[in-house]
Write a protein that binds this ligand. Structure first.
Ligand code: MN
Length: 375
């Protein structure tokens, strides 16, 4: 079987347990997000700034380790930027857009000073991680409780060498992403050439505002998982509808882990609304909403069988694949099987664009992957 090399538009680093304790005063460090797993490993509690959230502990596949013990299958390089490259080489993953793990809970922090301190600490650590390899594109986490603090950290991150910034799909503020308060943020991203990266499932964990993320009863787990898909689409809709791309045409947006076929679908819905409700639409846009989506927005998917068709059948060129390494929803351990199942039957142009081209367009400094090799 030929080895397919693919860039990943959705990967994660795993923060060391002592990251905040070693970089911040104890009074701040103890309020940062952390996970506490129950003894039976069925549930975990996430503690964030005085709040606690219970959730089922994600169970992975079981495997037998070298000593004959049954353990959870985990990527061995998940916690180490040097070992990580060995995992990537095995799997056929070349370059990665890398988000935090526990730190994607930033939208549940309500103290601006705490959030800014945490973002500075993790960004200082993540840039060192990125420096291990030109294959790593780490995201800077932006403190989004107010625009001024956000812009200050974007500027600092750009100076450090970040080319991508992580944003929750919904900010933890009264003003959502379509509000003019965020104007300086889009401007700073466009000016400094940072890609605005939304990762799905990152809404503030506050039941009063999260979009139905806590279904109970039959099918609850499935419903909750599927619900996380929609936040990226809402974020993109807000950015397009409020005219951000008219004002900042250099801005590029990535939505990670939310599939890809939604792009053409959402573009159609936005266009219909724009035409049929034209008298009510404010602001007027210079172009149709679909044109911004097709040109400025990118998406990464991992297992979705329909996703390649968003490119070859529907014409959206900005479809990226993503491994979600090292998370349990991801493809670690079966990346090549997944890539072959998804891409063996599509044309070479589509395959090259999904595995390498779209990612390289966003991050042109990343070196190309090796030529395909026999596995
Ligand atoms: Mn992910």
């Amino acid at each position: 079987m030929e080895k397919i090399w693919a860039n990943s538009g959705d990967s994660h680093l795993v923060e060391p347990a002592d990251l905040f304790a070693s970089s911040l005063p104890p009074a701040l460090a103890e309020r940062m997000p952390r996970s506490e797993v129950d003894d039976d490993r069925q549930w975990e509690t996430i503690h964030v700034d005085g709040q606690s959230f219970r959730r089922r502990f994600p169970l992975g596949r079981l495997m037998v380790d070298a000593d004959g013990r049954t353990v959870m299958e985990r990527a061995p390089g998940a916690n180490d930027p040097a070992l990580r490259l060995l995992d990537l080489d095995d799997e056929g993953v070349w370059a990665e857009l890398i988000y935090p793990s526990i730190w994607i809970w930033t939208a549940s922090i309500h103290d601006p000073d705490l959030l800014a301190a945490g973002c500075a600490a993790i960004n200082d650590w993540a840039i060192e991680y990125q420096r291990h390899s030109p294959r790593y594109v780490c995201t800077a986490t932006v403190p989004v409780l107010n625009a001024a603090t956000a812009v200050a950290e974007i500027e600092r991150a750009a100076d450090l060498g970040f080319v991508a910034a992580y944003f929750p799909v919904e900010p933890p503020t009264e003003e959502d992403w379509n509000h003019p308060t965020w104007e300086p943020v889009w401007e700073a991203l466009a000016d400094r050439g940072l890609v605005c990266c939304f990762h799905i499932g990152t809404e503030p964990h506050d039941a009063s505002r999260t979009h139905g993320a806590y279904f109970r009863g039959p099918g609850g787990a499935l419903l909750n998982y599927v619900e996380t898909t929609y936040g990226g689409q809402r974020a993109v809709s807000k950015v397009i509808a409020s005219g951000v791309f008219d004002r900042y045409p250099a801005l590029r947006v990535m939505v990670s882990e939310g599939g890809a076929t939604w792009g053409p679908f959402l573009a159609d819905r936005l266009d219909e609304a724009y035409r049929q409700h034209a008298t009510a639409v404010r602001p007027a846009l210079e172009r149709l909403p679909s044109e911004y989506l097709y040109e400025h927005v990118y998406a990464s998917f991992q297992h979705d069988r329909s996703a390649p068709a968003a490119l070859w059948a529907m014409g959206w060129q900005n479809v990226c694949w993503g491994s979600d390494y090292p998370h349990l929803e991801g493809t670690f351990g079966h990346t090549q099987e997944t890539l072959h199942a998804l891409l063996d039957d599509v044309d070479e142009t589509t395959r090259a664009r999904i595995t390498v081209g779209a990612f390289s367009e966003l991050f042109p400094h990343v070196p190309p992957p090796p030529a395909p090799t026999a596995n």
